[in-house]
Design a protein around this ligand. Sequence first.
Ligand code: ADP
Length: 249
Amino acid sequence: MDLLAVEGVYKSFQGFMALSGVSLRVEAGSFHALVGPNGAGKTTLFNVITGRLAPDRGRVRFRGQEITGWPTHRVARLGVAISFQRAQPFASMEVLEAVVLARLGYGGATWNLVRPLWAYGGARAKAEAVLAKVGLEGYARRRVSELPLGDLKRLDVAMALVAEPRLLLLDEPLAGLSRAERRRMVEFMGELLRREGVTLLFTEHDTDAVLTLADRITVLHQGRVLAEGTPEEIRASKEVRAAFLGGER
Ligand code: ADP
């Protein structure tokens, strides 16, 4: 069954068409990459899927249920999480606190109210378990602002995972990471899929990584789907090579 189905989505900004009839199906248990040059519409599509933006036309379904235009917290509760720069607003907090907050689903201002309670709830235990899963268990008491980029990205993922999503949207999970950090993130993504049963939809500029990791690839170009298929199919298409692989491969 399709976990996620985006059907004929249009989105314009002041007359500029960022998405022009985009359709996309993400199968449960797949590792699905969304690629395309800057400005292709990837972020806009993520925002439409997670409810940050309402599309002008078209539908989004999750597990068969139409969620078009739902507010983000309702979409999140249904099992869709996004890892994009989640930890940033929590820079002054401790790592564990940030993950607890993500679990509780509260915004920053509410923190002082829930702080006396959080240690007693299951949220803390859940947050600790997720930190261990992403390999940040030793950083629980560090300030978020002290984390190097690779660890910050893992914290972003932890903050998304703590909600126990079925679908996780990852925005360029490998960008800016060192070789060792990339290897770790790739392994971790594989574990999420195999062990946790979390379906992944991710954007990535590194074409080698995409062709190796993904089992389905959707290529966006100027707000339209240029191609969709397995890495082999994508590699075989001349048109796609020109747009997505820069024509070199
Ligand atoms: P990508 O993530 O693939 O780089 P985006 O979805 O960020 O692409 O952007 C697609 C196009 O829509 C770009 O040309 C961008 O300038 C435009 N765009 C995105 N968000 C807005 C916005 N809030 N207002 C105006 N234009 C936007």
